[in-house]
Design a protein around this ligand. Structure first.
Ligand SMILES: Cc1cc2nc3c(=O)[nH]c(=O)nc-3n(C[C@H](O)[C@H](O)[C@H](O)COP(=O)(O)OP(=O)(O)OC[C@H]3O[C@@H](n4cnc5c(N)ncnc54)[C@H](O)[C@@H]3O)c2cc1C
Ligand code: FES
Length: 347
């Protein structure tokens, strides 16, 4: 019997390790050549403290209060030198991956298919040479090297881990490097490299109603999360508000309809910003956030989309004093061109 432990480092890198029955997370990490912060390894110093976001474990009773207080334990803090998992777990490590002598994984892949979903978006399907090796948490992203260049772009998986094919929903940005490649040169069998997985935007254990807010191709991580909910089951209400600029940009509605059928309590609402649209709901997602979606704050909110959309929702929550029980967001920020990155560094 062994468990999968996701170690999320401070710099956004995630490494997955297996932990054998009775083994501590610290020892399992060491076996995988990941040197987690530690000093005493006896539950005395507190150096190995992390945060367990998900999963069951036993800490025993050998550690001392100075290393981990009851208040910290109640907040989900753990000592990895004492932590013996009894299920798969997600542990946040307050150190950079490089300090722990580990690095982000590199996975060779090939283009399987590129389809144009709308004027504004593509679906990229890649064939993973090592499908089994690329584990990630639904909602996370990888950096994909743009074929024919040394540059990478970040994309959230819309598929589930462990599948031979990984899928991505990608916006068609005018004059964009990846967009240009997908519109023209891309062909099956093109080689590319995926680097990751990365990010802290992933589905947490569902203990209360969930509200998902997607803008444009920000729908991608929610497709992965909904697939996971379909696979593992979910007894909480899940609602998705999906906003786009014009009617044609609404994609994957058939899949969303499939989740309505498959999940016990899932519904989605689409919103179109274009004033000329005949869509029944116009404007932005913030215009359609009915109070019942917020469950008086007893709700986990996940938000993903282009920076202006994410900023608008954050401002709306601030102005309305909306404070959900948990709030996670991902901005699809454009990558900086090398010359812009330099300007930013000296600014
Ligand atoms: C963590 C993370 C996850 C992401 N996941 C996704 C995803 O799942 N799907 C997805 O479509 N995108 C995603 N993105 C954005 C993606 O990484 C690229 O920035 C985007 O696809 C543009 O790449 P490109 O090579 O086509 O354009 P680039 O060559 O990077 O850009 C060309 C020009 O367009 C500008 N530009 C780039 N993006 C935008 C934009 N959104 N709006 C206006 N101008 C822009 C650039 O500043 C530049 O001037 C993600 C970004 C991050 C940081
Ligand atoms: S390493 Fe000292 S408490 Fe864990």
């Amino acid at each position: 019997m062994s468990y999968t432990i996701a170690l999320n480092f401070e710099d956004g890198v995630t490494r997955f390790i297996t932990c054998n029955a009775g083994e501590t997370v610290l020892d399992a990490a060491y076996r995988h050549k990941v040197n987690l912060p530690m000093d005493c390894s006896d539950g005395v110093c507190g150096t190995c403290k992390g945060h367990c976001e998900q999963g069951e474990f036993d800490l025993g009773d050998e550690y001392i209060d100075e290393a981990l207080s009851d208040e910290e334990l109640a907040e989900g803090k753990v000592l990895t030198c004492q932590m013996v998992p009894s299920s798969d777990c997600v542990v946040q490590v307050p150190a950079a991956s490089t300090l722990c002598k580990t690095a982000v994984g590199e996975f060779p892949a090939r283009v399987a298919e590129v389809s144009r979903l709308s004027e504004d978006s593509f679906e990229l399907v890649v064939d993973l040479d090592e499908g089994e090796g690329l584990v990630f948490l639904p909602g996370q992203y990888v950096n994909i090297q743009v074929p024919g260049s040394d540059e990478t772009r970040s994309y959230s998986f819309s598929s589930l881990p462990g599948e031979r094919h990984a899928t991505f929903l990608i916006r068609n940005v005018p004059n964009g490097l990846m967009s240009g490649y997908l519109s023209g040169a891309a062909k099956p069998e093109d080689a590319l490299t995926l680097t990751g997985p990365m990010g802290s935007f992933y589905l947490r254990e569902v203990r209360r109603p969930v509200l998902m807010l997607a803008g444009g191709t920000g729908l991608a991580p929610f497709l992965a999360m909904l697939r996971q909910l379909q696979e593992q089951g979910c007894d909480q209400p899940v609602r998705l508000l999906y906003g786009v600029n014009v009617d044609d940009h609404l994609v994957k509605l058939d899949e969303l309809d499939g989740f309505v059928e498959a999940l016990p309590d899932f519904a989605y609402t689409t919103v179109v910003a274009d004033a000329a649209s005949e869509h029944m709901r116009k404007g932005y997602v913030t215009h359609h956030m009915a109070p019942e979606l917020l469950h008086d704050g007893e709700v986990d909110v996940y938000l993903c989309g282009p920076p202006p959309m994410v900023d608008a929702v954050l401002a709306h929550f601030r102005e309305q004093g909306i404070a959900p029980a948990s709030f996670h967001y991902e901005k699809f920020a454009p990558s900086l061109a090398p010359q812009d990155a330099k300007k930013e560094a000296v600014a």
